[in-house]
Design a binder for this molecule. Structure first.
Ligand code: ZN
Ligand code: ZN
Length: 241
């Protein structure tokens, strides 16, 4: 208690949406002030099979079951589940502040929400963070998804395996799906020893990433996993773009 108080006193934390200082005491799990928490959208439940693509979970327009993009790309993962919609400005801001402004205390908020979804829908399925590139680590000094995974493991007891390494890549934001695929090939490496240890626990794994955009990273990581004996890959992302 006293440690929390002193920590908050010396390292005051801000709300990641409005920037207001969070009240002292028990702020460890908090990233949003009360007002922002009220306007922040509730996290997704699993998509209804009727009106969402059963692979990427985007809303269907006129298609049935699987959207046109997923039909064309033939991903090797079974589905993507996202907590929030990236089009929501508060969601975008929260992820941006966490990822690019290094508001690391938001990791507790994301980890708690991921755990709730995990706990309601899965059990004993290992979680694997998507690889973070060397260039990102050099620029920002930390791996944001690894950070969340450590909380999932230490606080919530979920098995986490670090299976990927990623060499330097070009900024992928502007690249389309095909170009991203080419860029990733040979730059994401599966750590075989860790993969073998993970496979002993389960042939189904959850790959955790921040934003599902084109599905290129999820698709390529799934390909590496399937080629190394895994049978079922579920993608879990903080937001769907
Ligand atoms: Zn706020
Ligand atoms: Zn789809």
């Amino acid at each position: 208690m006293i440690i929390t108080f002193l920590f908050d006193f010396f390292f005051p934390r801000e709300c990641i949406i409005c920037g207001e200082l969070l009240e002292n005491g028990s702020t460890k799990n908090k990233a949003l002030c009360c007002s922002c928490l009220e306007i922040f959208p509730p996290a997704y439940r699993l998509p209804d099979s009727g009106d969402h693509c059963r692979i990427c979970s985007r809303e269907l327009v006129s298609e049935k079951e699987i959207c046109a993009i997923c039909r064309e790309r033939k991903y090797l993962f079974s589905c993507n589940i996202s907590l929030w919609d990236y089009r929501n400005k508060f969601v975008r801001k929260a992820i941006h502040e966490y990822k690019f402004k290094s508001k690391k205390h938001a990791s507790w908020f994301f980890a708690e929400t991921i755990f709730k979804l995990y706990n309601d829908n899965f059990s004993n399925i290992p979680v694997i963070p998507a690889p973070c590139s060397r260039s990102r680590i050099e620029k920002y000094g930390w791996d944001h998804m690894r950070h969340i995974c450590k909380i999932l493991s230490r606080k919530y007891g979920i098995s986490v395996f670090f299976l990927f390494k990623k060499r330097k890549t070009r900024q992928q934001k502007e690249l389309d799906y095909e170009k991203r695929q080419t860029e990733l090939r040979g730059r994401i490496i599966l750590l075989r020893k860790n993969a073998a240890a993970c496979l002993k626990c389960s042939e189904t794994v959850i790959l955790l990433d921040d934003v599902f955009t084109t599905g290129a990273t999820a698709g390529y990581c799934s390909e590496l996993l399937i080629n190394n004996g895994f049978k079922n890959i579920i993608i879990l992302t903080i937001a769907l773009d």
